[in-house]
Design a protein around this ligand. Structure first.
Ligand code: SAH
Length: 358
């Protein structure tokens, strides 16, 4: 029988697994702590459980280990970008950002992405597969092990669409949130979505108080369809209705991401239209100067236009911030580092990543 990945078990599943081994279920508490808080990679390090139980675990399970293939560190702001290898040799990215309020990690939720947003590097090479919950949580464990630093905030804004991998993402949040594990409060966790409406309603009912970010990027459906294929499936109105339900059930304000693209969505009229759309909602707008990706057609809006856009929103009473550009010297936009590694001559199904010649 194949060994099971013990990191993938929720606390309750681990308790059941331990009981099924004929052991007392309190051992689950010890084991969960070793795996998710102490981040051990070897059963031998679980010093407070018996040798016999350690041997049973070794025989039936394995501890997931993700490998850092490459780590780039920004000389400007200390941002670290990790290219991480999964057990099947696929590669994903995680980014560690330093803010005054602590370390924030941006995690990937899928290998590649199906969503096809035209400005985004993560979707350029297509979709390979969804990540498991432990592969998502494992990005935190790996980066904490590598840096020796504690992570206090998580944003699901790396490669992939979190609400397209709903069950694994929700399970990963519960793993990260669990008091015996990393114990990171849901209020320190943000899930970003391009707007998969039914799953916004589902998330609202999970009883997890995480922050929801909506990648809006346009103020009319017509305009949104120009850059985001998902807009053909769900309208802005449907997304906003789902957001209102999310606010009603969780009491959390929503963050709207708006990538400012020069000449595409950055006019004053659009700032006013955006303020109108969000009127009456507890919302926050995060403006992102669009990151110009390789072979991309979109240009970043100039500083003064970004400022004007922000001022217009603020004067309409919408709380607005501009995302600080971190790691601009290290392939900042998510998906770019991974793309560099995909050797196009190698069939994706062989899942092999070799550094491309520049
Ligand atoms: N699939 C999720 C998470 C993706 S990335 C989502 O769509 O929300 C996180 C944010 O970065 C999203 O708002 C996404 O639209 C935005 N983004 C992607 N590529 C970008 C680029 N080149 N410049 C600026 N923002 C970008």
């Amino acid at each position: 029988m194949d060994k099971i990945n013990i990191n993938e078990l929720s606390f309750e599943e681990l308790e059941k697994f331990i009981e099924d081994l004929g052991e007392k279920k309190f051992h689950a508490r010890q084991i969960f702590k070793w795996l998710h808080r102490e981040k051990v990679l070897d059963f031998e390090q679980m010093t407070d459980i018996s040798k016999a139980l350690r041997e049973k675990l070794q025989e039936k399970t394995y501890i997931l280990e993700l490998k850092v293939i490459e780590c780039q560190k920004s000389k400007k702001d200390g941002t670290m970008k990790f290219l991480i290898e999964l057990p099947d040799n696929n590669a994903i990215e995680s980014v560690l950002m330093r803010y005054h309020h602590g370390n924030t990690i941006c995690v990937s939720s899928e290998v590649g992405c199906k969503m096809g947003c035209k400005f985004c590097a993560s979707t350029k090479e297509g979709f390979v597969r969804q990540l498991t919950a432990s592969e998502i949580e494992g990005q935190l464990l790996t980066v904490e092990r590598y840096t020796g630093e504690k992570i206090s905030n998580i944003v699901y804004m790396g490669i992939g669409e979190p609400l397209d991998n709903y069950d694994n993402v929700v399970k990963s949040i519960r793993l990260i949130n669990y008091p015996l594990g990393l114990n990171i409060g849901a209020r320190h966790i943000s899930v970003s979505t391009c707007g998969i409406v039914p799953n916004i309603y589902r998330l609202a009912k999970e009883n997890i108080q995480c922050t929801l970010s909506i990648s809006l990027h346009a103020t009319t459906d017509e305009k949104r369809r120009e850059t985001m294929p998902i807009a053909n499936k769900y309208t802005i109105k449907e997304i906003l209705d789902a957001c209102k339900e999310y606010i009603r059930l969780t009491g959390r304000r929503i963050s709207f991401e708006y990538a400012l693209i020069y000449g595409q969505n950055d006019s004053k009229a659009e700032a006013i239209a955006l303020a109108k759309l969000l009127r009456g909602m507890i919302a926050h707008v995060n403006l992102i100067p669009v990151n110009e990706i390789k072979n991309g057609i979109y240009k970043k809006a100039p500083e003064n236009r970004i400022e004007d856009f922000m001022n217009t929103l603020n004067s309409c009473g919408v709380v607005t911030t501009v995302r600080r550009e971190l790691g601009s010297d290290i392939d900042a936009a998510c998906g770019q580092l991974r793309n560099k590694y995909i050797d196009k001559t190698v069939d994706l199904t062989r899942k092999k990543y070799i550094k491309k010649e520049e």
